[in-house]
Design a protein around this ligand. Structure first.
Ligand code: SAM
Length: 261
């Protein structure tokens, strides 16, 4: 009977895939992939029964419809009784809805479905930029989501804004942003407490072993003119120190040494 496993390739082609993910790809009856052309070629060497889902994107097509069409294609193969592997780049469950929707759709129809983790852009940025999410705490948000919701971020923690190259593209039909939308993003960040001179980092992890990493540090005021692409992530270091909670510290001290219950 049909089953679905969703795996990630990691970011660096051929170099960051886990042994489990590779084995799932090799042993699947059918592999669907949502990766770039080079990675597609590499995957076809692991399993010749490969279908790219990129064809469901089309200029001007509403992106959620493209995602639904991708899920339908995957589920059709699962229903046909195949052992299906869906491959996405990076970690398949991080800022990627098709893998999550496909797993839900398969489980809703009673099929076995699971996800294997992979190395995401965020994992690479911690390594390349020498940042530890444990130092100040870390928050991750999709850039447009940050713009269109009122929930506040905390400028004392590291902030990672994904899909900044599409920031403010609310029609969900295009894959870029522009100066006006980036100006609004800059304004909102300033309203949240970051100064105009605060340094932000445009980060693009290497996707080929010999490719350089982009780590461009600019003042927040220069964000509207920044050159961004579909693989840019905006990293915003904390603007303030964490504020000690003196009342909680006092309560913890008052508890004295830890006792076994
Ligand atoms: N699942 C992917 C992962 O695990 O990294 C994320 C996919 S999400 C749809 C696309 C966003 O991921 C981009 O807009 C960007 O923010 C980030 N991204 C993708 N490739 C990247 C790269 N090479 N370097 C930095 N960020 C990247």
């Amino acid at each position: 009977c049909g089953r679905l496993v969703v795996v990630g390739t990691g970011m660096v082609l051929g170099g960051q895939i886990t042994a489990i993910a590779k084995s799932e790809i090799v042993n699947a009856d059918h592999v669907f992939c949502l990766v770039d052309g080079l990675c597609e070629q590499w995957l076809s060497g692991l399993n010749s029964s490969l279908t790219s889902l990129q064809k469901h994107y089309a200029p001007g097509k509403y992106r959620p419809q493209s995602y639904r069409d991708m899920v339908d294609a995957v589920i059709k193969a699962v229903r046909a009784g195949q052992s299906v592997c869906l491959v996405a780049y990076g970690h398949p469950g991080i800022f990627a809805c098709v893998p999550h929707w496909a797993i839900k759709a398969a489980r809703d129809e009673g099929f076995e479905a699971r996800m294997e983790p992979g190395i995401s852009a965020q994992d690479c940025l911690y390594a390349d930029l020498g940042l530890d999410p444990g130092t100040h705490g870390s928050q991750s948000m999709e850039a447009t989501q940050y713009l269109i919701y009122c929930n506040r971020i905390d400028p004392a923690k590291l902030l990672i804004l994904w899909q900044v190259g599409l920031a403010g593209e609310i029609s969900l039909t295009h894959f870029e942003t522009d100066r006006a939308r980036l100006s609004l993003l800059m304004e909102k960040l300033m309203a949240d407490g970051y100064g105009m001179d605060h340094e932000v980092i445009i980060y693009e992890a290497a996707m080929l072993a010999m490719m350089p990493v982009r780590m461009e540090r600019i003042a927040l005021s220069r964000l509207p003119e920044a050159r961004l692409s579909g693989i840019s992530t905006l990293v915003i270091p904390p603007a303030f120190d964490l504020k000690p909670d003196q009342a909680m510290r006092a309560r913890l001290r008052a508890l004295g040494p830890l006792k076994a219950d």
